[in-house]
Ligand binder design. Structure first.
Ligand code: ATP
Length: 361
């Protein structure tokens, strides 16, 4: 069990710029005072009382910490330290400074399948390691696949955000309805017992998007998206997938399988001929096929726009709530920082989960 240090984090780390925001707090660049080393500090608001509806249960942060400690792997973000005060827990994480994989790819003029596969291999290696420890991530999406740095020609994949991850006990039946609609497996929607196979579905969706710039089940609303997933409504449009190899399509088809027991595992994926070609012909096909860059760039721009829109909407809602409570129209800039700064009396715990569900679809 990790030690949650009761000391003030600022006595040990200088807090710098905001790197990103999540539903329960924000992530800032921090500098260790004794060594000068830079880290990422993830500040998580903790629910102050049982009747409070905002912030995270301490037990859920304990679980995130326990999981991060169990998954020490090159392709998974490392946890260095944990601090705790009355209202928040701060996770001191390895600083991942290369940004999101999708942003890195979107800046390229073109990308061969063989180049995309090098990233897929690393994602699968990290995931396979987690799964071998009976841990599922349950929130795999482009925002949570980052790169180690911006300078090296071959940056290393780092999987982040273990806020929804789960460590399975032997024989445990675990159900959860959290996740992001575009990427969640059918068994999540139908509230069936879950396993690590749910992550493999998300890998199928991410690979489909990576190759085509289209999201396979995306509907006009979250409800429509979830319906498309349950109905297994997806196709490989020839006009979009004309540059895609048949091996890549086969790889996706073996992941977007309704029955979780029939889906490829991460270990099996690493042996699929698209990832590990056996013949010269297979190898050559990966070098002739490329990702649909024009579409991919469009997808990524739209994704980033939606992320910013959701963040602004969330902040505006907070400010509005705060003002209604105060009975004033004077905005307090500090209240804009994060959703969980304010007690949201309108929000029930279940809808907090649902908000996570619809965070960036
Ligand atoms: P969500 O509510 O979306 O699940 P969260 O509160 O669990 O989010 P994270 O997803 O872990 O928070 O982090 C939010 C953002 O902060 C990320 O999208 C990323 O941009 C940035 N971030 C997180 N961890 C790191 C890190 N170790 N290094 C650099 N940036 C990071």
């Amino acid at each position: 069990m990790a030690v949650f240090k009761p000391e003030n984090v600022e006595d040990f780390y200088e807090i710098g710029e905001v790197l990103g925001r999540g539903h329960f707090g924000q992530v800032c660049k921090v500098r260790e005072r004794t060594t000068g080393t830079y880290w990422a500090g993830k500040f998580l608001k903790i629910r102050r009382s049982a009747c409070s509806r905002l912030g995270l249960e301490r037990s859920s942060v304990e679980q995130e910490v326990e999981i991060l400690q169990a998954v020490q792997h090159e392709n998974i973000v490392t946890l260095n330290d944990v601090f705790e005060s009355r209202a928040e827990v701060v996770l001191i994480l390895e600083l991942v400074s290369g940004g999101e994989l999708f942003d890195f790819i979107a800046e390229k003029e073109n990308l061969l399948e063989s180049e995309a596969i090098e990233f897929m291999k690393q994602i699968l290696a990290g995931l396979g390691f987690m799964h071998s420890k009976n841990i599922a991530h349950f929130d795999l999406k482009p925002e949570n696949i980052m790169l180690s740095d911006k300078v090296s020609p071959n940056p290393i994949i780092k999987l982040i955000d273990f806020g929804l991850a789960h460590l399975f006990c032997p024989g445990e039946e675990y159900r959860s309805s959290s996740g992001t609609p575009q990427y969640i497996a059918p068994e999540v929607i139908s509230c069936e017992p879950l396993g690590t196979a749910a992550d493999m579905w998300s890998i199928g969706v991410i690979t489909y998007i990576l190759l085509s710039g289209l999201s396979p089940f995306q509907g006009d609303t979250d409800e429509e998206t979830l319906g498309n997933i349950l109905a297994m409504k997806y196709e490989f449009d020839e006009r979009i997938f004309k540059m895609t190899s048949s091996m890549a399509k086969d790889f996706i088809q073996k992941l977007l399988v309704k029955n979780p027991n029939e889906r490829m595992t991460a270990e099996v994926c690493l042996l699929h001929p698209w990832i590990k070609p056996i013949t010269r012909k297979q190898e050559a096909r990966r070098n002739r096929s490329s990702i649909n860059m024009k579409n991919f760039k469009k997808f990524n721009a739209r994704r980033k726009w939606k992320m910013s829109y959701n963040m602004v909407r969330m902040c505006n809602r907070l400010v509005h709530l705060k003002l209604v409570r105060k009975g004033t129209t004077e905005p307090d800039p500090l209240q804009r920082q994060c959703e969980s700064d304010v007690e949201d009396t309108e929000t029930k715990p279940t809808s907090l989960l649902r908000r996570r569900l619809s965070s960036s679809s």
